[in-house]
Design a binder for this molecule. Structure first.
Ligand code: IPE
Ligand code: IPE
Ligand code: MG
Length: 255
């Protein structure tokens, strides 16, 4: 990964920068269903329009110079939705990768997938791995796709990885540090999200990046995801710019 991790709270993302642009913005793209229902349309139409909003957000993130965006595209709990909606979403993901991959690659975007892989349908898994593989040497925007992602499941996988290492004698239990856990997560090597944006009025994490969000700033807006445009993105960035991050310390100006 070309992005160096920003684990040290003493070196916040905006240090040394006057614009205070977040290095890493994570999106909980919520409200596709409500957007459609409000227009008398099937929920699937909301997901289709949500994909257009995603394309806009990716372009805009690249344009303003954000290093990493993470998008919550399908949670490990979303399998509980009606079968017709789940299969529509799987089809949409396939079409997104098939249609957009070469354009994203040409735009120097590096794609990374986080989430459980072991129980994925082989066709989908192959497509996701192809996207990661094709773009692995790209040096532009990092696009992290959280698919079949749940933070608790990710922490369980990390605990299993670390306990295997203890059992094989590779590490001792005392070696399990915050850094070791961070490295065992799917997001290993990525900076923590500076800003987490959730659309559609809900104010919860819904099992997203629980470990990584320890010092993230949160931004909630009422727009449904399909309506999230460049101006809404800029508003979130400008709100982030006005936040004071203290990481448990005291604002230097207050001393
Ligand atoms: C977000 O929109 C997309 C996914 C979770 C895949 P929703 O489908 O959750 O839309 P609402 O929240 O029901 O309106
Ligand atoms: C979170 O949204 C998951 C994604 C955006 C993919 P949900 O719509 O699934 O979350 P809840 O059910 O409202 O908490
Ligand atoms: Mg929702």
């Amino acid at each position: 990964m070309s992005v160096s991790p920003n684990r040290n709270p003493q070196t916040p993302a905006e240090e040394g920068s006057t614009s205070k642009l977040p290095r890493h913005v994570a999106f909980i793209m919520d409200g596709n269903g409500r957007w459609a229902t409000a227009r008398g349309l099937p929920r699937t139409e909301g997901h289709r329009q949500g994909l257009e909003a995603l394309r806009r957000a990716i372009r805009h993130a690249g344009k303003v110079g954000i290093e990493v965006i993470t998008i919550y595209s399908f949670s490990s709990e979303n399998w509980s939705r009606p079968e017709t909606e789940v299969s529509f979403l799987m089809g949409l993901l396939r079409r997104f990768v098939q249609r957009d991959l070469s354009e994203l690659h040409d735009a120097n975007v590096r794609i990374r997938i986080i989430g459980g892989r072991s129980d994925l349908e082989p066709g989908i898994l192959a497509l996701l791995e192809e996207a990661e593989d094709l773009t692995k040497n790209n040096t532009g925007l990092n696009l992290v796709v959280a698919f079949n992602y749940g933070a608790r499941a990710e922490l369980v996988r990390a605990a299993q990885k670390l306990s295997q290492k203890v059992l094989s004698g590779e590490i001792r239990s005392e070696d399990i540090s915050e850094a070791a856990i961070t490295d065992a997560l799917d997001t290993s090597g990525l900076p923590d999200p500076d800003l987490i944006v959730r659309t559609s009025g809900e104010m919860r994490l819904s099992n997203f990046l629980l470990w990584q969000a320890a010092y993230s700033e949160f931004y909630f807006c009422d727009q449904h995801w399909p309506d999230f445009d460049e101006a809404a993105f800029d508003e979130a960035l400008s709100c982030f710019g006005s936040r004071q991050r203290r990481y448990g310390g005291v604002d230097a100006k207050a001393l």
